[in-house]
Design a protein around this ligand. Sequence first.
Ligand code: NAD
Length: 485
Amino acid sequence: MEQIKNYIGGELSGPISAAFLDNFEPATGMVYSQIADSDERDVKMAAEAAKAAFPSWSATSAEDRFAILMRLCHLIERDLDALAQAESRDNGKPVSLACAIDIPRAVANFRFYATAAIHLANESHDTVGRAAINYTLRHPLGVVGCISPWNLPLYLFTWKIAPAIAAGCTVVAKPSEVTPMTAFMLSKLCIEAGLPAGVLNIVHGLGPKVGSAIVEHSDIKAISFTGGTKTGEEIARTAAPRFKKLSLELGGKNPNIIFADCNYDEMLATTIRSSFSNQGEICLCGSRIFVERSLYERFKHDFVERTNALKVGDPRDDATDVGAIVSKQHFDKILSYIELAKEEGGTILTGGSVLEPPKSVGGEKLDGWFIEPTVIEGLPFDCRTNQEEIFGPVVTIMPFDTEDEVLAYANSVRYGLSATIWTENLSRAHRVAAKVEAGIVWINCWLLRDLRTPFGGVKDSGLGREGGFEALKFFTEEKNVCVKL
Ligand code: NAD
């Protein structure tokens, strides 16, 4: 069985413990590969390799870093199909989605930061009256840690690594132990691209062993983390007294606010996507749908009908809309929330059950973890189902009468990652966008991203911003110099 090894000091190697963990395929529920079960000794080795590589990499010109990162882009593009299949096998998502979104975005991440780094300029300010000139020097921070989740494995992993490397840092990175395969494939491509040894080090294994060792390591100057809010709290507790730079991209419970004057057809098609894409396992999925009362019954009828038309099945099948849930543990968690919704008085309008094992493209039964896309109504805005992150193909729908009322519902949760607003009334769109508590607001669209714009949540959805020049700056140390004229 294939073994997923660490990438340390430019080489692929097994963990010091020599132990491996099982890696499951969500569609079949079967073990299909083994992951290095690393610990703090492997993290130490990786940090040493990164520290040794830092002086030379930080002194490499932005143009030379650009050339290497662009070679990596071309290699990812060359292997796009193989990477998409691997991502789907690890995660349960449709191959078509990995081909269209996940892997191209990994290329876009490297391309964006390779080019951004050659355009990054430092600011200078003339003091009033020309008494002095102030300028800001920005130097790469050193060794940094990047920790990512399982839902968009290569996409989110590279969104951290790309700016760190482009800024001149060296990296100790940990992908999720639930979906490690594409990060392993990336390590082979880094070797092929000629990335110098030690610039990127990838340590596989469990969060409490490998992740926490990265956060604790005294040579690691910054942590860029994406994952759950509870894990983010633990990381902040460890990193804060060590004065590490910290970027935390955490959970969400995003509102989708639909006014009666919206472009109905576009709203309906997009709301199906924003609810169930990637099995609802995108931090930006809208999981609480609020609909203006005059439109509510029409929306409910059509939304349920469109949900029923989604094809849940073999991730390898091009016709599949919704694949398998990423792990047995997560599958059980989602089902427990569906039970909770019933206990809280919710009515399941469609879904709510485990799907009979669908047939694979080869004809055999898939005994993995499939849940029907589920729509629930009749729950109060402040019940647990409507307050806690479920992170699966489960949405609630609820009517509202006024703008103030829907804003109170939308803002009632501890999270503030994203929000979507549907209306053709320009003033209302801007008014509600300004008042909704979210780091990103989409008006009449969803998941349109421009890599130049900052990304991140407010409230318990995170700290700091990813994306744009901000991410490059995050991985640098700033020094202000004032020269008297
Ligand atoms: P998770 O927090 O369980 O794990 C994320 C990563 O942290 C994994 O690599 C894991 O091994 C590691 N980890 C676990 N415990 C750790 C510890 N004590 N110290 C250091 N590292 C540790 O999250 P997950 O289940 O992989 O991902 C789902 C969550 O991620 C959801 O809450 C989702 O909303 C969130 N998410 C947020 C964004 C965003 O941009 N805000 C994007 C995607 C996912």
